[in-house]
Design a protein around this ligand. Structure first.
Ligand code: BTN
Length: 268
């Protein structure tokens, strides 16, 4: 288990300008910080380059993909940001990281709870049925040829206020209260992610996509993106979504959000 340093403050000021004090010393000697509350773990990790991961009990400005808010009620979920160790990853290879994270998370959840049937909706929403259990946000900053990548992970642990979401607690699979502990989940995911990240550096993209495909939503699910409606045909080797439209055309989607119109498995 890694040592998470707990910070009771809302945010840490710019360390460069901060006088040496207890807080600064605490932060500088840690790699893993846990805030009782912060704006967004993404911001805190991006700001402090020596950290490997940041988690929070609650976030006041949690964010999701496509500029959405990620409601982060205290104690209801895991709010975690991780900085992968990916020196020399090429810019065009970054999309595989989000497939890696989604695949690893789905794999862990399905192994831990064999009855959960947690699926991935392209590109990286973790679903149970049509309800969202978790999400992933990959953010990249470039500085010259250097890439600073911060991966955000949200997992619903306790009852959620929205019909479109579901939590582990509501699924009734959790028998042990320790399974709702955020630090435990953070450690479990980080252990698996740190192990799997070498697949990226070794260029094993097919391994990453195969793991993802194992948990993808059923083939034939009806999906839509704005005016496009079609049945799900999986992803290609570059991670693009493939749909068959109603007039039989194959459509490739490389970005944005797709919604599930209805799950009608059609495996033919
Ligand atoms: C999504 O839209 O599905 C992605 C959600 C990612 C939420 C996590 S919670 C921890 C980290 N901090 C944030 O502000 N967002 C991510």
């Amino acid at each position: 288990m890694r040592k998470w340093q707990t910070i009771e403050k809302e945010a840490i000021a710019d360390l460069e300008t901060l006088e040496m004090n207890d807080l600064k010393a605490k932060v500088l000697e840690s790699e893993y910080l846990r805030f009782e509350s912060c704006d967004s773990t993404q911001n805190q990790l991006a700001q402090h380059k020596h950290l490997k991961a940041v988690m929070a009990d609650t976030q006041t400005k949690g964010r999701g993909r496509l500029g959405r808010e990620w409601i982060s009620t205290k104690g209801q979920g895991l709010y975690l940001s991780w900085r992968p160790d990916l020196d020399h990853l090429r810019f065009k290879e970054i999309p595989y990281l989000s497939f890696l994270v989604a695949g690893v998370m789905a794999d862990l959840l399905n192994r831990k709870y064999p009855k959960i049937d947690c699926c991935i909706k392209w590109p990286n929403d973790l679903l149970v049925g049509t309800q969202k259990l978790g999400g992933i946000l990959c953010e990249v900053k470039t500085q010259g040829s250097d890439l600073d990548i911060v991966v955000g992970i949200g997992l619903n642990l306790r009852k959620q206020a929205f019909d479109t979401s579901i939590s582990l607690e509501e699924l009734g699979l959790v028998l042990d209260v320790e399974d709702l502990e955020t630090v435990r989940w953070a450690d479990l995911f980080l252990d698996q992610l740190i192990e799997a990240q070498s697949e990226l550096m070794l260029g094993q993209f097919s391994v990453i996509l195969e793991r993802w495909r194992q948990y993808q939503i059923p083939m034939g699910t009806r999906m839509k993106q704005r005016e496009i409606v079609g049945t799900y045909l999986g992803i290609d080797d570059f991670g693009n979504l493939r749909l068959r439209s109603e007039d039989g055309q194959i459509i490739q989607i490389s970005s944005g959000e797709v919604q599930i119109a209805s799950i009608l498995p059609n495996l033919s």
